[in-house]
Design a protein around this ligand. Structure first.
Ligand SMILES: Cc1cc2nc3c(=O)[nH]c(=O)nc-3n(C[C@H](O)[C@H](O)[C@H](O)COP(=O)(O)O)c2cc1C
Length: 387
């Protein structure tokens, strides 16, 4: 459970007699590299191609600095946000991350329990290790959204959406940047494909339409079926409009980077946008996600929520994204590392530290709420370029 009061010493609870838990993203990454095999570690860590997009994500955050204000009584910080009519105590979300059993046996079940405990919305991936029904049962009260990878056989996509709706999921997140797999060289080096190893089984083997499409019930047929369906190069705006006709739930598009696509999303009645480059895992050489944000915030102009992910590794990163107009930020790799290190506890630890640093940062910037952050003075390249 999260609270919004600051007692001024949020950091010091990390300095105690217990075994230390990695405090920064770099420390987390190092600890996970030592703990899990090179294949899964490389899969989570790496970006596509020469990893320019991965670097751009971090460089985008590093470019921005803030000029804080003082003497503003920052004893009470309001970090609540509202999304689709519900209020949440933090502006954080769990980004959809597939195949969590690679990191920990409890996989998505551990993450959704952490999400429930922290009251942070949880976005479950299509390619999760556990079925969405099992995830729903593990945390019936958590806010859960379902991330959809369109399916070459669209009836499978509609079937998964209907199952998600029936299981109490509250929104559909259609990922638009993964019509085929990014060029991920680290996985070739490690000769590692979690899809081929069956880590993405959860939602597929429990889907009657998918199972009926297979020639038989063998593992090989299942893997081939997933590979044939999960990449879907024909995806287009007509599919989006058709999806809208198939569900009453709000639909968000994840992976939007161009303001004209954001405009088209709004024109097509989409309910939310996730500005993301998939954590640098899809097209290499892409604009840092934070650099794409301001132009999208401008065209969307408050009509629908804009969420940002890719490279949010600490509270101060979240602050910068919120100050540039994001309504919330989603976290990917950091929580996966927490999961790998210590299951549900590890996820909670990582997200709590991120949140605590955000609270400290809001206060030290001289703001008192997430909305207030829009008034914080941000400069680019240490003030050489004004924003
Ligand atoms: C191991 C891994 C698996 C992912 N699986 C999915 C997925 O199944 N669906 C999806 O839309 N995005 C997926 N993503 C992308 C995340 O949702 C998110 O965009 C990205 O991780 C954000 O960047 P960050 O890791 O720098 O926070 C995955 C990311 C990672 C690291």
């Amino acid at each position: 459970m999260m609270t919004n009061t600051t007692n001024g010493d949020l950091l010091l609870k990390n300095i105690n007699a217990q075994a230390p838990f990695p405090i920064s993203f770099a420390d987390l990454e190092k600890a996970v590299a030592e703990k899990i095999d090179a294949g899964p570690y490389g899969y989570v860590r790496s970006g596509a191609g020469g990893e320019q997009t991965l670097r751009n994500n971090r460089a985008a955050f590093e470019k921005y600095s803030i000029i804080p204000r003082f003497l503003n009584n920052v004893a009470n910080i309001d970090t609540t946000i509202e999304l689709f009519g519900k209020t949440y105590p933090t502006p954080l979300l769990f980004a959809p991350v597939g195949m969590n059993k690679m990191a920990h046996e409890d996989g998505e079940l551990a993450v959704v329990r952490a999400a429930n405990h922290l009251e942070i919305p949880y976005i479950q991936s299509t390619v999760s290790s556990y079925a969405l029904e099992d995830v729903a049962q593990a945390a019936p009260n958590a806010t859960k959204w379902f991330q959809l990878y369109w399916s070459t056989n669209e009836e499978i996509a509609y079937s998964m959406v209907a199952r998600a709706e029936a299981a109490g999921f509250e929104a559909i997140v259609l990922t638009v940047d993964t019509v085929m797999l990014g060029w991920r060289e680290e996985d070739v080096r490690n000769q590692f494909s979690p899809l081929k190893l069956g880590y993405a089984r959860g939602n597929y083997v429990n889907d009657p339409v998918f199972m009926a499409s297979l020639p038989d019930n063998s593992f090989e047929s299942y893997v081939q079926g997933v590979l044939q369906n999960v990449f879907h190069p024909t995806l287009n705006w007509e599919n989006v409009r058709e999806l809208k006709r198939h569900t009453k739930l709000p639909i968000l598009l994840k992976g939007i980077l161009h303001p004209e696509d954001a405009q088209l999303a709004v024109d097509n009645g989409i309910d939310g946008i996730i500005v993301s480059n998939h954590g640098g895992r899809q097209l290499d050489g892409v604009i840092g996600s934070l650099d794409a944000l301001p132009a999208i915030v401008e065209v969307v102009d408050g009509q629908v929520p804009v969420i940002l992910d890719s490279g949010v590794y600490r509270g101060m990163d979240a602050l910068k994204a919120l100050a540039l107009g994001a309504d919330a930020v989603a976290i990917g790799r950091p929580f996966v590392y927490g999961l790998a290190l210590d299951g549900q506890q590890g996820v909670e630890k990582v997200m709590t530290n991120l949140y605590d640093e955000l609270k400290v940062s809001i206060a030290l910037a001289g703001a008192t709420s997430v909305k207030d952050l829009r008034n914080v003075t941000l400069v680019k390249n240490n003030g050489v370029d004004d924003i």
